[in-house]
Design a protein around this ligand. Structure first.
Ligand code: 7PM
Length: 280
């Protein structure tokens, strides 16, 4: 479909697959907790992601690693806001903020972010109200349980039906809060409360999620569903990540959230050449 995202005076055409580049702002990329942070490396990384062709830069300050300690609002702000400000000042690229905290959503949009990427699908207190007020596109991601315990015993009756039921409920909650349906994106949350088998069934059946008539945002890059299958450390998962990304686009993905932007852009070009061969 000809989906288009609108945020303020920016438009993002989704008639072709778009790449969202992951900008890591984890605590260890700062000198001391982020207050007097050396954000230089993260700024250089952002520049590279834009140069490689990312349409969106995803900036997140909270690791959703299973077992990760909760990050305070101030700590998350200290990491995220300086980078939103840098990217907004130096590039025309879309900026998404990967957060579940309403305060971080507000400050990030005020600092120049265009899209909210919430792995908790606006379920935190106050998140729905703030997202409605900000009136920017929001990605609703599925997660079974919480990061600390989600991988203990994932269980589904039918994984597509269960995730669809979750999306139905979250979409209704968003509409009731005054969020425009045109501002919603869906993400099945690969690796968030899913076994290896669940993740590959989801990839096999992902196209069934097109029934919502909403853009699909997908995150597969370097995930354990690739690492465990290949028995590969994170820096040896590129081929697997590109393979999964290609399958996901064939199964309806509009935005792919990745670490390796240039290789993913190359994959998309090869994929598109196989359909627009007359133009070659
Ligand atoms: N929308 C959307 N946002 C996301 N944020 C992430 S963090 C994840 C990772 O592997 O990047 C992760 C999980 C656990 C620990 C570290 C990093 N994953 C997604 C996704 O799949 N979709």
């Amino acid at each position: 479909q000809g989906f288009q995202l609108v945020s303020g005076d920016k438009r993002l055409d989704l008639s072709q697959p778009r790449v969202m580049g992951i900008l890591n702002v984890t605590p260890d990329s700062f000198s001391d907790g982020g207050r007097f942070a050396n954000i230089e490396p993260a700024c250089r990384h952002a520049d590279a992601l834009v140069t490689e062709g990312a349409s969106i830069i995803d900036i997140g300050g909270e690791s959703t690693r299973p077992g990760a300690a909760e990050v305070s609002v101030q700590h998350e702000l200290d990491r995220v806001i300086p980078l939103v400000e840098y990217v907004s000042a130096h590039h025309d690229v879309w900026i998404s903020v990967d957060t579940s905290k309403p305060e971080v959503m507000s400050e990030a949009v005020a600092a120049g972010a265009h899209l909210i990427n919430d792995v908790r699908a606006l379920q935190e207190p106050g998140a729905l109200t703030v997202a409605a007020k900000l009136n920017v596109p929001v990605c609703l991601m599925h997660m079974q349980g919480q990061p600390r315990t989600m991988q203990d015993a994932p269980l589904y009756h039918d994984i597509i039906a269960d995730i669809s039921g979750f999306f139905e409920e979250r979409i209704q909650a968003c509409l009731a809060a005054g969020i425009d349906r045109d501002n919603l994106l869906l993400d099945p949350g690969y690796g968030f409360g899913k076994t290896l088998s669940h993740n590959y069934e989801l990839l096999n059946r992902q196209a069934e999620l097109k029934s919502f008539g909403l853009p699909l945002l997908i995150g597969l890059s370097r995930k354990s569903m690739i690492g465990n299958l290949l028995n590969a450390p994170t820096d040896e998962r590129l081929a697997g990540s590109l393979s999964a990304a290609l399958l996901s686009i064939q199964q309806g993905a509009h935005i792919i959230r990745v670490h390796d932007v240039k290789p993913t852009m190359d994959m998309i070009k090869v994929m598109q050449a196989s359909t627009n061969y007359q133009a070659l």
